[in-house]
Ligand binder design. Sequence first.
Ligand code: NI
Length: 238
Amino acid sequence: MAAAAALLVVVGVLVATGQTTSAAKSPAQAPAQAAERPYCERFKCVAITYDDGPAAPTGRLLTTLRQKRAKATFFVLGQQVAARPKLARRIVRNGHQIGVHTWDHPDLTRLNSAGVRRQLWRTIDAIEHATDVRTHLMRPPYGATDATVKEAARRAKLAQILWSVDTEDWRVRDADIVVRRVLSQARRGSIVLMHDIHPTTADAAGRIIDGLRARGFRLVTVSKLLGATKPGEVYFSR
Ligand code: NI
């Protein structure tokens, strides 16, 4: 009886505080949901991200991620998705997140608004065609964004995801250095920038995952790290 009374109080509080009606309708789940803070408030999370693919090293990278049961986020180029739809599909099937990195990697701040929209929408459509996923994330090439890009992203319902750890893996092309940079710079809530077009970056993945976990990090997708995001807004980390 006491338990039932307590449950009624919990349900009453949820209704009074304006929780959704579905939560109020399933009282058996309501106490557990109320007690549970977002995953990345409870745990030390980091999101590793890979840009510019899918490309030749992506398949090997996906195999490593699957063996290690780690999740990542891939910001893909539309032209690469069109050329390698099976790899794009595998990214999604393996439980990773996929986002827009434009069609062919222009600096979006040099395009007019119609040009920006075309870059975003062609890629949204290519991803959806290959994977059946309508993504809600984008990363502007070079991290270059402005009011025009923001407005186009907002209208396309895409949040802008930048980064807080830059490995410069494209410059060093050295797996040892990439591993060292990620492990020394990652903090709780970091978003780590890498590129799955470089074999050296695929080589680094296993040691990055092991090293981050040894330091207590959980590897999660960008949306799991950030929770709900606002279209057009720019995010660097949690
Ligand atoms: Ni890029």
